[in-house]
Write a protein that binds this ligand. Structure first.
Ligand SMILES: [Ca+2]
Ligand SMILES: [Ca+2]
Length: 455
């Protein structure tokens, strides 16, 4: 049996060299998993609790539960117009509201690494004003499939960021192997990053003039920190097990500017006092991102970011494990090409770091428009083990890429599926899912007898 499987793999590999996608589809393919009952699914993850459940976020606000491959009718919870959540230290104003549609809505979901015992669930949403909000729920029964009234009342606002425009909200939240919560934020929106958020580190140097760039008075008047605009175009890293006292540190995402925060800054933070970009808000891990819609970690702890391009080039960025403080180049670079130059944006003396070039790029040819970052596959399907799978939102094309000094991309899964490839997702066993329209596909194929890490 083992010999036969190895022969099959070798044959498939030889076919791969001759670039035949048809033969490869015999050993690794996406098969329909759920094709009814979902409404705009844009993310899939798991709770890491041994339950085998998958959790799907719908842009309109519902978190759906799949147990034993069956989509449950009742959501875990639903965020809606009257969404209520408590600000730390200021319980008087609690209705934060919700906006969905376009690039807004329920955009991220992450379960605490100790969810099974502490019941903590994190969501990123667009609030009633379209600004970004990270919130936390605590489930009294983490094994349950529906939050209780008490669970819903546990909602606490963790972080807020004032968005300049309605697009490029990022919103993905992922716990890294270090146990910290990573939060990808886009550049604030419009086109060309007109407020230069992605390259602005020190909040004191924020661009405050021009359409959309001044802080929103409504955001500031209800306690939000206008300095939170310096979080845009960044990857944040938060210790959600800690707290930060009022007035302490250069935090820019406090829900209430004068109050304590329900997160701390990890030691060694690039944006922290001793970091290589210390002038940045302390929450900052990396910068120069346009819209890191989906990013993930591989089993070695490397971060792989699908950063959505503008009119020309899509890019994937690779960050070796524990290597923060990097500048991924936007708005000075689109992909590996120069986009803007001149001060104050791209020749800013304060920006001394070298731009990190993407490991993968592709052009907007053949209808491609927006990269959907994926995962470095760690499941059982032999042909795709260790490969990075990603796709394009508009064409629905999926690619696999082999990481290395130079990343080699080519193997795909046959014809492009068309518009609507919103996300990939991973379950607890490392198996991979693709979300397209209202359908979710699961990667299947010839499986290995054991898993021994990347080959
Ligand atoms: Ca705003
Ligand atoms: Ca700082």
């Amino acid at each position: 049996m083992l010999k036969q499987r190895l022969l099959g793999l070798m044959a498939a590999a030889l076919v791969a060299l001759s670039c035949s996608a048809t033969a490869l589809a015999q050993t690794a393919q996406f098969e329909t998993w759920i094709n009814s009952g979902l409404n705009s699914p844009i993310g899939l993850t798991h709770a890491g609790d041994g339950s085998g459940r998958q959790f799907i976020i719908q842009q309109g606000g519902a978190v759906r539960v799949v147990r034993n491959d069956t989509l449950q009718t009742t959501p875990l919870l639903t965020v809606g117009t009257g969404f209520s959540c408590t600000y730390p230290g200021d319980a008087s104003a609690s209705v934060v509201g919700f906006t969905s549609g376009g690039e807004q809505g329920l955009l991220g979901l992450a379960f605490h690494p100790q969810f099974e015992s502490n019941g903590r669930v994190f969501l990123s949403i667009s609030d009633s004003a379209g600004d970004t909000m990270l919130v936390r729920f605590t489930m009294s029964d983490p094994a349950g499939d529906v939050m209780s009234a008490g669970d819903l009342q546990s909602c606490t606002v963790i972080l807020r960021a004032d968005q300049d425009f309605s697009n490029h909200n990022g919103g993905n939240i992922v716990f890294g192997p270090d146990g910290y919560l990573y939060f990808g934020l886009g550049d604030g929106g419009s086109a060309g990053d007109p407020c230069s958020r992605a390259q602005t580190l020190a909040p004191g140097t924020l661009v405050n003039t021009g359409s959309g760039c001044p802080a929103d008075s409504s955001f500031s008047s209800n306690g939000g920190d206008p300095q939170s605009r310096a979080l845009l175009g960044k990857m944040l890293r938060l210790d959600v097990n800690g707290t930060t006292a009022a007035g302490s540190g250069l935090l820019c995402g406090r829900p209430r500017i004068a109050h304590s925060a329900e997160y701390a800054i990890p030691a060694g933070q690039p944006g922290g006092d001793a970091g290589n970009i210390s002038s940045a808000c302390d929450e900052v891990w990396a910068y120069g991102l346009r819209n890191p819609w989906r990013f993930s970690f591989d089993v070695a702890g490397n971060m792989i970011i699908g950063d959505v391009g503008q009119n020309w080039i899509e890019e994937v960025d690779f960050e070796p494990a524990n290597t923060g403080g990097r500048n991924y180049g936007w708005r000075c670079r689109e992909g590996s090409s120069s986009l803007n130059s001149g001060t104050p944006y791209c020749n800013d003396p304060a920006v001394t770091e070298t731009f990190i070039e993407p490991v993968l790029t592709y052009l907007h040819s053949g209808g491609a428009c927006s990269v959907t970052g994926g995962f470095r596959y760690r499941g059982e399907v032999i042909l795709t083990r260790g490969k990075y799978l990603f796709g394009d939102y508009c064409t629905g094309q999926v690619w696999t890429s082999t990481p290395g000094t130079t990343w080699t991309t080519g193997v795909n899964f046959g014809a492009a599926m068309g518009f609507g490839l919103t996300s990939f997702g991973e379950d607890e066993a490392g198996e991979l899912y693709m979300l397209h329209g209202n359908t979710i596909y699961r990667l299947n194929g010839d499986r290995g007898l054991f898993y021994d890490g990347f080959e």
